[in-house]
Structure formats: structure tokens, C-alpha cells
Design a protein around this ligand. Sequence first.
Ligand code: NAD
Length: 478
Amino acid sequence: MTLHQNFIAGSWIDGADAGENINPSDTGDVVGRYARASREQAEQAIAAAKAAFPAWSRSGIQQRHDILKKVSDEIIARKDELGRLLAREEGKTLPEATGEVLRAAQIFDFFSGETLRLSGEKLPSTRPGIEVELTREPVGVIGIITPWNFPIAIPAWKIAPALAYGNCVVFKPADLVPGSAWALADIIIRAGVPEGVFNLVMGRGSVVGDAILNSPGIDAITFTGSVGTGKKVAAACVEHMRKFQLEMGGKNPLVVLDDADLAVAVEVAVNGAYFSTGQRCTASSRLVVTEGIHDKFVAAMAERLKGLVVDDALKSGTHIGPVVDQSQLDQDSSYIDIGRKEGAKLVWGGDRLNREKPGFYLQPALFTETTADMRINREEIFGPVASVMRVKDYDEALAAANDTPFGLSSGICTTSLKHASHFKRNSEAGMVMVNLPTAGVDYHVPFGGRKASSFGPREQGRYAAEFFTIVKTAYTLP
Ligand code: NAD
């Protein structure tokens, strides 16, 4: 099997074999073999990016537009093949994976347009005769570190704006899912980025990630992943006095009020909690339900969960694919044990499942009779596990929703305009959904959270410019 190489300073370069990239739906299926970059290679990539920056940052916007547009066009043309690759290596279902691939294409298309819309401001000075100009300049070399759960969309929403605004990139994908990242890198490289502008360094966080964190050549880091790693990124960036942006975990609440449309609430909860195997930072793992609708909601949820097909991600008819790997499966199962020991009632699921091929299959689990202090309600599980908390009324629901160290996304199912409006204003989350799943966002508007979920400027849409550019204020006496 070919060893997929890293791309450093304009060339494909060999590295140590990372071993087999396994399909979680069928552990006998090897998706590919990928090279791990060494610390020295990561440093070479950073040096190459640094050297390429002066010319690239002053390159014409037409060139940058055309490259990004070409990337988008090729992703769209190959969406089925890339969707299959993504489903095979990460385990989300084929429709979810193809949707994610299309999202990556849309993001490149959006930022190809943004290169043509770069603008500044010209203002009068408070001092007569002087002119003030505000412009945005690229930051420099951006270190991009991404997680395994969105192997193509998250890299896309960091790489596209980085390049659009004239920065150079050193991209380190998650070790678990190098396949989609490699395919995206190959497309970007063939679209014509000049030597050194874009570098791919696959490998371990403790080696390649650490080299990025500790290199004086890196001007900014955009990171998505766990809180633990995010803190290390933050500490290193403070040490080097550079910009950073963190998107981290979630424990997102979905409030269901007595006046909710029951069918809508169940669909919103099932989608938000269990689709993509619950492995979304925006998953609604806490279902906060008022007492008037509680029993009906729980009964309808259990019924709906019984109908969900957990199977091979590539099979048509599969609703929920496998968990990404053995260690995540062990983590999910251990939280199911913790929930039981804490006194929560497991009303459905939680068992490991056997399917035709050996894989990491887990029956979606629903806990009821849970309380705010339980670990299953405080810690991110990152699997198909959700818990219902019974509350008296809207006020208790809002308090329970906000009672978390995280603040990425939140949702409410209600037909009351009063409660929906109040929730939108008072929910301590970066993104609020009314009668919609907590997961599932647009790409042309800001994405991000509060509290322990996020740090720094928002990602995506025009807000991406906040991170990927630096504002300059220039004064002129003509
Ligand atoms: P992780 O923190 O283990 O890894 C994320 C990335 O950091 C990987 O590329 C990893 O190799 C790298 N890394 C690990 N140790 C490092 C180190 N010491 N120095 C530098 N880099 C290092 O996270 P994960 O398990 O890949 O992803 C799951 C987490 O990501 C969950 O907490 C999830 O909520 C979060 N996530 C957040 C968002 C968001 O936008 N808020 C989106 C998706 C996932």
C-alpha cells in the first residue's frame, strides 16, 4: 500500500509510517497508510512558510481567488469519492460524510469571493488636514491544528480564510483521520499554491503539534480540539506572544418546554444528540425537559431510538455509524457505567453491538432521572449518549441550561415567542437554536462559543477576518 507523504517546502516528503488507518465500521478494512512528520520536518515546513510569506502576502487577489475557487470546484466534482473516504475513515454515515465534503467546498467558494471583497476604511482625523486609513494585513505563518470528528470541514474553515487573507499555512490534521486531510491537501497543492505557502505535516500532537506550539516561526495558531490540549496551545501562544484561537468541547443543553411541538422536539433531540454518532462539539448531550411534557417526551424518544439503525457507515439505511475507535468506545462505555453508578436510569441503549463486520458499534444511550451534579451532565462524553434532566418550569430550565463550564451551543423547543426570545438573550452559549438541533450551522455566519468552549475571535463567515488579519491604522499629512 502506498505511503501517503507529507508536503513540505513544495515537495512531497517521506516520513515514518503511522501504521494502518482503520475503518471503524470494519476494522479489517485498511483505509490507507500515512507518513508521520518528525519534529525537524515540522520545523522545515515552518521555515518554508516563513520564507514564502513576503511574496504570498503581496500576491494579487485574483491569484488567491482562482486557487481557492479551483479547490472548491475539485471538491464538488469529487464529492462522492471524498464522502466515501471520509465515511470510511471517521465512521459518520455516507450522507453525513458527503454533506461534510460539500460544506468544505462551499467554504472554499465563500473565501474565494472574500479575497475580492477585501476592504478598508478611510476616515477624517480629529486633527485637521490629516487622513486616517484602516487596512487589514495578513498575520504571517498560521499553525492549523484540527480534531478527528470533522476531518475535512474543520481544516477547510481554517485553511481557506488563512490563504484568502494572504497567510501561509502549516497544517497538522488529527492523527486518527489523515486520509481526508491528505486528499484536501493534495487538491490545494494541485490548485497551484506557490512553494512553501501551504504545508501538510501529519503526525502526533506530542511531536508535530508540539513543534508548532514551540516554534518562534509561527505567528498565530488556530486550534480545534479538547480543552486539555487547548490550554497547552494557549500557554505556548502566551509564551511566544502570538495570536491564537481555540474551539474546544461542549456539553450543550436542549431545553424542551411543555408547550413544545412534541414531534419537533423529538426530531431535534435525536438529531442533535445522536447523529454523527454524537461526536460533534455541538451535540446536545443534556436534554432539559419541563415536567408537563417530560414523560411523553421520554416515551417518544425511547420509541424513536428503537427505530434507529446502527450499522456500517457505508450501508444505505444506516442512521448511526460506529464510534471512531476503540479508545473513544471505551470512554463512552465507561461514562455509561458512571451514569448507572450515579443513579441515573438508562431507559434505552448503551450496549456494544455486533454487526456483519467487526467495528466499534454502540447502541445510542438515553439516561433519565439525572441531576445537574452528575458527571454525565458535567463532562463531555463525545459519543451517542444523552441524559434527560427533569425541571419544573422555564426559569429552572434556563438555569440548568447555563449551569455548565461550557458554552458552545444551546437550543430550546417551544411555541412560545416570549420564552424563545428570552432564551436567545439569556442563554450563555455562542450559538442558540430555536426549534432546531444544537448541531448544524451555516458557513457564512460566525461559529464559536463562550466559557470553556472557545477562546478568541469567531471562525467562519466574514468574522474570520478578525483572526486571520491584523488591523493597521495609518495617518497621513498630505
Ligand atoms: P484533541 O485535543 O485530542 O486533539 C486535537 C488536535 O490537537 C489533534 O490534531 C491532536 O493531534 C493535537 N494535539 C494533541 N496534543 C497536542 C499537543 N500537546 N500539542 C499540540 N497539538 C496537540 O481533540 P480530539 O480528540 O481530536 O477532538 C475531540 C475534541 O474536539 C472534543 O473535545 C470536541 O468537542 C472538540 N471539538 C470542538 C469543536 C469546536 O468547534 N468547538 C469542533 C470539533 C471538535
